[in-house]
Ligand binder design. Sequence first.
Ligand code: ADP
Ligand code: MG
Length: 577
Amino acid sequence: MVKDSASLRNELRRIDGAGYKAYKGIRGEYRFPSYTLTIDHIQGDPFASPSRIRVLFPIKNALFPEEFLDSNLKQIALSDFIGRKFKRGIYQFGRGIRGTGRGGLIWIEAGGQKILARSSVVIVGGNIEVRFRVGLPARGRRILGQEAISIFFTELPRIISFALIYDKREYNYIKNFVELFVDVAFLRDMLSEKGLVSFIGNDSLLPRKSGVSDLPLSRDEAVLFKSPESLKVEFSLPSGKRICGMGIPKGVTLIVGGGFHGKSTLLRAIELGIYTHIPGDGREYVVTDPRAVKIRAEDGRNIEKVDISSFINNLPMGRPTIDFTTTFASGSTSQAANIAEAMEIGTRVLLIDEDTSATNFMIRDFRMQKLVKKEKEPITPFLDRVRELYEKYEISTVLVLGGSGDYLDKADTVIMMDEYFPRDVTDKAKNIVNLYPLNRDIEPINPLKNPMSRIPLSSGFNFLKGRKIKIDNKGEDIIVIGQETIELDKVEQIVDHTQTKAIAYIIYYLVKSGIINNYRTMKEVMDIIDVTLEKDGIDIFSPFSYPIGDMSSVRKYEVAAAINRLRTLKIKQKEVI
Ligand code: ADP
Ligand code: MG
């Protein structure tokens, strides 16, 4: 039942000075003059994670022009924009932490360099719905009722009207923001059709402020990207804009060049081109096939029955590699597993940087062939698979490589970074290949094959049994579910802790709803996530009886990566019929 906001005010007055538990009584829905406020969850004490609140604001009263709302994509972008504004509103109109613990804190998940489909602001059922957290104030364990009244009746109403009511002075900014998101989504869809795996717009600013920052390097320090003539492509975008830049064609592409010339920076931008960046980021028009997966070595990870036999075979002591299992992978086995797992889910582009690769996985040169006989080397280097991957399975590779010329024979396109400028050196590379033929034995290898399909068994998720499971994430990199921890620090295309949280809840959902059922393969399970996200939206993954604001959308590759790193995972390989 919806109560009047006056009853919230009265109740907060009444419980002023009472024990913290008395806050439990304010759960419920309240009608404010221009919105409905729902208090879904009350924290147990002032130090606990803040209470969950929602505001439902009728979209027609928000007065945003229809042109910002008339497609799903636009609504995602507008929602992201509103979340950012809400966050600014908190700083502007919130009075901050007061009393004990986190009392007075108002928090929304928003911001960052990427435009994400977040659950903190969604447009549904004729409302803009905002989900955020409030630390209910107390002194010690005694309720500060007047402070709560200030939050609900002064601070929040100001924040809400600041963030949710259209300000026509922002027309151009919002138009640009929304159009960018639509344009880039279009561009991303077009890539494959145009024979490309990635596009880097001219004048993009790729380098970041530092190794730990996602913010752009300042304009006077950065060299702006400029496509070589031969790789130039141009697109007309839905907004009417035309954009010109470098297209990376399907096939095998090498990014070569001297150390410190910007190779890794370019690859990193390509990896993140599966996301759309905000205006001013510098990477707005760096766009990559959404099926692109970063592959790296990750020694120490857990591997459960992954068919890495195309890359590694005849391990010492006859250890099988068709269902390779280890609690502590080596550099090469981990890199092989990362590829096999990405292939299993349907990747079409592998992104690899020599900086984070296992050398013995990548190359095996002539002299080493002489010293270590093929029978003694379990590894078929990536060098001997990269063409087959493309020719047999249409899986392209973009590879950063400064140290080995052996790959020149395999490349369709060779881009050299030269003082941060890309140059097309494909022809030059071909000449070198002709002049200096590869001095390397052709070693007999089995044909590349698709890795065996794997069925995740529900017994691997027994830790989800029991009544109260704590599901949490620590930043982007760690999921904690009950006793189990999943480490994702080497899964480099996860960019926000709200994605990590979403992955944790998705895993819980997959098990609880019986989608992981001892019959479905990993690929089938992941495809259900995609369909579910499309059909029901991310809210369906909330483990609570109410929607929450701390998730954002995530690809099936990253969800699979998390499941694959679970140390209790149990797999049955599917019989090939
Ligand atoms: P490489 O992988 O070729 O060794 P990196 O991509 O790591 O080189 O770049 C080396 C350094 O140059 C980094 O500090 C990076 O931020 C900086 N850098 C990269 N691209 C640019 C650019 N376009 N303009 C200015 N600095 C850049
Ligand atoms: Mg590098």
